[in-house]
Design a protein around this ligand. Structure first.
Ligand code: GDP
Ligand code: MG
Length: 372
């Protein structure tokens, strides 16, 4: 990094040297106006004053690692990758049941009270092509993941029970889905029911700017039943069609990058993270960093709990080997060495602590001045 003194930095951003010194002093960093600022101090000051501090030697900065790797991606190895599909909709409209029917398994029966407790993901195959599904307990988790930068969803399925129609959470989901810019498919579920009324669903959705293709609009509506399995093939074919249009591509040879959709502490196993691979291939033995956590991939299990050696593009599985539980929505990145992984994680943790501390220091200074 280019050396810069406290007073020079203050001048450059229109602050007094005293202001700069006060911020650092509050964090236990003793500086005078002629001292050179260290990189971490610059970062903290940048955040404190709401200005962008560009550190010239960016490659050494943990916060630039992901961006740097992104630039390094070479598209000559790009191959088509499977789509990642997020299922959203009003509670009890049949999201989990639909996913179960697709995998022909019985997750809903095992869930406490039949309500999805966590985001979960599964990879299925249709005509030899893979599709990864993400079941969400609500749009809040979806938006949180987006805000953390784990923009994993390629296609959104909005499930609307055909006997119940558009409900409050359907409305909320529509606006989140539209904001994401992803193609949307409407699955009108429970068409096996006597009271099912697909035309009512279409009319209600059309009122919300989601006009069905067969009404001259752009949105695909597919009648399905998670009970009988009717329409599910149609739905999967439609997903593959949309996916083709999107031309989803990534590099299986790149350093792996995977988004964490769920993480927890499992008895006897330690921290486990359910991930979806966004680029590269995640392998057992890889050194990984994930936000402020790090480790080496000890084991990977697929969505059926079966041990596997690696996870490919858009595939989902559970990773064992992190030193702590990462936050959902954080991105796991493979590093060349365990030292690198640890250093980045440690640096981020320190930075996060300093940021917290700087917040509380600011509050207490303000409180103090209020008292004086
Ligand atoms: P979620 O909250 O959206 O995940 O909904 P669930 O999958 O838990 O389903 C809610 C209820 O609707 C359960 O009792 C399911 O058995 C029932 N259900 C879901 N899909 C269908 C369907 O296609 N037909 C019928 N008749 N019932 C369904
Ligand atoms: Mg559910």
């Amino acid at each position: 990094p280019e050396d810069i003194r406290v007073y020079e930095f203050a001048e450059a951003c229109g602050k007094s040297a005293a202001e700069v010194i006060t911020v650092l002093f509050g964090l236990g960093m003793m500086v005078t106006k002629n001292d050179f600022l260290k990189q971490d101090e610059l970062e903290i000051l940048g955040e404190e004053f709401g200005i962008e501090v560009t550190v010239k030697d960016a490659l050494e900065d943990a916060n630039y690692v992901e961006e740097y790797q992104e630039e390094e991606i070479d598209d000559s190895n790009f191959v088509t990758r499977p789509p990642v599909v997020t299922i959203m909709g009003h509670v009890d409209h049949g999201k989990t049941s639909l996913l179960d029917k697709i995998r022909e398994s019985k997750v809903a029966a095992g869930e406490a009270g039949g309500i999805t407790q966590h985001i979960s993901s599964y990879t299925v195959e249709k005509d030899g092509q893979k599709i990864t599904f993400v079941d969400t307990p609500g749009h809040a988790a979806f938006s949180e993941m987006r805000s953390r930068g784990a923009d994993i969803t390629d296609i959104i399925i909005i499930v609307v029970a055909a006997d119940d129609g558009v409900k409050q959470q359907t409305e909320e989901v529509i606006s989140h889905a539209k904001a994401s810019g992803c193609p949307i498919i409407v699955a009108m579920n429970k068409i096996d029911k006597e009271a099912a009324n697909p035309d009512m669903v279409k009319a209600q959705m059309a009122e919300r700017d989601m006009t069905p293709v067969d009404w001259g609009g752009e949105t695909e509506f597919i009648g399905v039943s998670a009970l009988t399995g009717e329409g599910i093939d149609d739905l999967l074919e439609n997903i593959l069609l949309q996916s083709e249009i999107l031309e989803l591509k990534a590099d299986p040879e790149a350093k792996a990058k995977a988004a964490v959709v769920e993480a927890s502490l499992e008895k006897g196993r330690g921290p486990v993270a359910t991930v979806i691979v966004q680029n590269g291939t995640l392998k057992v033995g890889d050194n990984i960093v994930c936000d402020t956590t790090y480790g080496r991939v000890k084991a990977i299990t697929d969505d059926n709990g079966k041990p596997i050696k690696e996870l490919g593009l858009s595939e989902t599985g559970t990773v064992l080997g992190l030193n702590d539980i990462p936050v959902s929505g954080s991105v796991m990145v493979v590093q060349d060495s365990d030292k690198e992984a640890r250093d980045i994680a440690t640096k981020r943790a320190e930075h996060a602590r300093a940021k917290e501390l700087s917040k509380s220091t600011k509050v207490s200074l303000e409180e103090m001045s209020g008292l004086i």
